[in-house]
Design a protein around this ligand. Sequence first.
Ligand SMILES: [Zn+2]
Length: 307
Amino acid sequence: MELHTTQGLLAREDLGLILPHEHVFVDLGPMEEANWRDADPEAVVEVMAPEIERARDAGVTALVEATPEGVGRRVDIDLAVSEATDFPIVVPTGIYQEPSIPEWAREASEDELTEWLVEDLTEGVDDTGVRAAWIKVSTDDDDLTGLSTDEAKILRAAARAGERTGAAIGSHTLHGELVHEQLDVVEEVGYSPERFVWIHAQADDERYHREVAERGAYVEFDWIGGDDQDDGDYVDRVRRLVEAGYTDRVLLSQDRGWYDPSEPDGGEQKPYTHLTETFLLKLREAGVDEATVRRLTRDNPFEAYAR
Ligand SMILES: [Zn+2]
């Protein structure tokens, strides 16, 4: 098993603690302005290289960039930040949720999308030479009635591309019922739920955390250190899954960073250091042993995103 990064393939022994869901660069501004297109890699390096250095000083050895098409994916910028800091970044292919799905992806057939994903995963993204490690998909935050036609098409293409390459699918999904629907869709295509990551699992109930882990998928708690996010609540959630026997299905991250080209000078950055400097101490104080912490923060993210 090896992890595709901006520094090429890395093995488990090359890496320590990995943050499985962060952002170096993401454009949350109006889609029609497409400010991400004109962003200058050097300006991003100036802002984000110090954040990467701080993360490394705090014990982080790699981070997973979670920005897909639709919110300003720029793998060339991730690569520039990686090269400036000599730090590996893991990048995705894939497409964001309604209403951010780009027009070309709506027009593409399921076959065409599958081929595009496989190319990003096996040959590299654009002309960067960097292969995507994984496939990011998403569901609408507000529509609980089910996947849209385009979201379902993208998910089926992701499962087919993932099946061919061994790549993980990670989905931004705020509702547990939709995760079940997504797992049904990927299973139909022959893709294993064990290669599926439920991103933002904290947005729904514990009942779903257990059900989704029971189906074999990863349950990712990834707003740790965010506004209105209490460390104690996360400690409890993690402990309950660990006690129920799902230690190898849990991922921990912060959804922090980042440079936003729609904000002046990239906006305000949130450091990547809360997990290592604060949260893990609380987890240990709550009685979670060192072997478990290691599994949660090193082995699980490696096994989830490596292939
Ligand atoms: Zn995110």
